[in-house]
Write a protein that binds this ligand. Structure first.
Ligand code: S3P
Length: 176
């Protein structure tokens, strides 16, 4: 594999496996991994839920864009997993592409629901009908995820290790 060590950017809905697949890729490719949600939490000294609750979603979205602007300026190759809503802004989609190779982890609503049942860390899913909300958000977002993806991986029937292997194989193919 000709390895030009580009950053790999993982995008996809909540529960698509961005964080765990990112860690696995980091281990296999021996590249550092960073998660923008965790970065924002560290920088602000509070959780994403607290930012949503105290400052509102728009403030959080601005923080996401600001961080992406900084990341797009660095030439440091890494695995980057970003929040599920990051690709919604057009500016962010441009910035994501500038950061590196964008991999969209595509997931079905039912899979997300099963994986995130009982999770209280996603403010957007704290509602009476989380499955309905997941369906609605995924329907709104699917095109945006696809619009900035260099590669799409369907994750539903695969383990996280299989997804990571598939990503590496596809990258190798593209580098041949
Ligand atoms: C969000 C996804 C979350 C987090 C925030 C908003 C979204 O990240 O950024 O709760 O809009 O889909 P994960 O995709 O890592 O859960």
């Amino acid at each position: 594999m000709k390895n030009d060590r580009r950053t790999i950017v993982l995008i996809g809905f909540m529960g698509s496996g961005k964080t765990t697949i990112g860690i696995r890729l980091s281990y296999l490719l021996k590249m550092p991994v960073e998660d923008t949600d965790k970065w924002i939490e560290r920088k602000n000294g509070c959780t994403i839920s607290e930012i949503f609750e105290k400052q509102g979603e728009e403030v959080f979205r601005e923080k996401e864009t600001q961080l992406l602007r900084e990341l797009a300026e660095t030439r440091f190759a890494r695995i980057l997993s970003v929040g599920g809503g990051t690709p919604l802004r057009e500016e962010n989609r441009e910035l994501l592409k500038r950061c590196g190779t964008v991999v969209y982890l595509r997931v079905r609503p039912e899979t997300v629901f099963q994986r995130l049942k009982g999770d209280s860390s996603r403010p957007l899913l704290q509602c009476a009908d989380p499955l309905g909300r997941i369906r609605e958000l995924l329907a709104q977002r699917g095109d945006k995820y696809e619009a900035c993806a260099d590669m799409i991986i369907d994750v539903d029937e695969k383990t996280e290790a299989e997804c990571a292997d598939r990503i590496i194989k596809e990258l190798e193919k593209n580098n041949e």
